[in-house]
Design a protein around this ligand. Structure first.
Ligand code: UDP
Length: 326
């Protein structure tokens, strides 16, 4: 990267995206302190980074089980705070609505406070959910969204919208170098098998020979980005010093697919005999979602490289290993 090594704090560091981000930072030569209360994160996601035998080597990776809605204290220099902590699957944030609201609001406040105290850069993992059930398609950053504040998804959407407002306020009032990544659907190894999202559900169902549960008629769309592409976008954004780098940036794969087509792709990739079974559509389920990534292309010289078929194949491989009888 041609940069002096940074000391970074990653909240949600034991989560799906958080742990891949820790891997990337460590392999770029940086030092990482990962914080996670393990509500939806898993310690085994970062187990390989721990200990003197790990790729980080002694002292370059530390994991602390901690709830980041509490006051955050980290000893020593911190050059970057990356705030990824939050339940992120609709099933999870319905199960943990208050934790979701708290980590997006109080947790973001604490993480920003740490960045301010240390003079560190700050990156917020925001979400395409700030656009709600979008009336503009594909979604550019300038679109303000269509969110139901009191709906079941409101706990996530509004917490992230608040988090963005908080980041902008710390930028404007305190001059913190804040970065806001609006992350679209992401997939890859380490997704929780039971996390309830479409791809993990479909993969587990196809491997087990169970029916794939498509909600509604399956005509709703999403766009899936492979996790290494996403993490590369996050790192580029963190390090970007353009004058407008504090404004939100969409990160996701613009290749859109219907959920029914995704289910069929998974069945084919797994060579499974499973069939599709339709279930009721959850409330406020966005009908379409696809990022306009013009800004990320221009600002960061970034675009995804891993095609969906390959992303499905690699995630399937990981699921097969974890679901294999021991
Ligand atoms: N979905 C589905 N079957 C499942 C899980 C999800 O059809 O077993 C649908 C869901 O209703 C949504 C889409 O797949 O339309 C993506 O849902 P996911 O939970 O992955 O996250 P979202 O993109 O809605 O945040």
């Amino acid at each position: 990267m041609g940069l002096p090594p940074l000391r970074a704090v990653v909240t949600g560091g034991a989560g799906f995206i958080g742990s891949h981000l820790c891997d990337r930072l460590v392999s770029d030569g940086h030092e990482v302190v990962a914080l996670d209360n393990l509500v939806t994160g898993r310690a085994e996601n970062v187990g390989h980074l721990l200990g003197p035998e790990g790729p980080a080597g002694p002292g370059r990776f530390r994991f602390v089980r901690y709830d980041v809605t509490e006051y955050l204290h980290v000893d020593g220099d911190v050059h970057a705070v990356l705030h990824l902590a939050s339940p992120a699957s609709p099933t999870d944030y319905l199960k943990f609505p208050i934790q979701t609201l708290k980590v997006g609001s109080l947790g973001t406040h604490k993480a920003l406070g740490l960045a301010k105290a240390k003079g560190a850069r700050f990156l917020l993992a925001s979400t395409s959910e700030v656009y709600g059930d979008p009336q503009v398609h594909p979604q550019p950053e300038g679109y303000w969204g269509n969110v139901n504040p009191i709906g079941v998804r409101g706990v996530y959407d509004e917490a992230k919208r608040f988090a963005e407002a908080m980041a902008m306020a710390y930028h404007r009032s305190h001059g913190v170098r804040t970065r806001i990544a609006r992350i679209f659907n992401t997939c890859g190894p380490r997704m929780r098998i039971e996390d309830g999202r479409a791809l993990p559900n479909f993969l587990a169902q196809a491997i087990r020979g169970e029916p794939l549960t498509v909600y509604g008629d399956g005509s709703q769309t999403r766009s899936f980005c492979y996790v290494s592409d996403l993490v590369d976008g996050l790192v580029r954004l963190l390090l970007c010093d353009a004058p407008d780098a504090h404004e939100p940036v969409n990160l996701g794969n613009p290749e859109e697919v219907t959920i029914l087509a995704l289910a069929r792709e998974v069945i084919a990739a797994a060579g499974s005999r499973s069939r599709v079974e339709h279930r009721p559509l959850p409330p406020d389920d966005p009908k379409v979602r696809r990022p306009d990534i013009s800004r990320a292309r221009k600002l960061l010289g970034w675009e995804p490289r891993v095609p969906r078929a390959e992303a499905i194949r690699r995630t399937l491989e990981d699921f097969r290993q974890r679901l294999a009888p021991r």
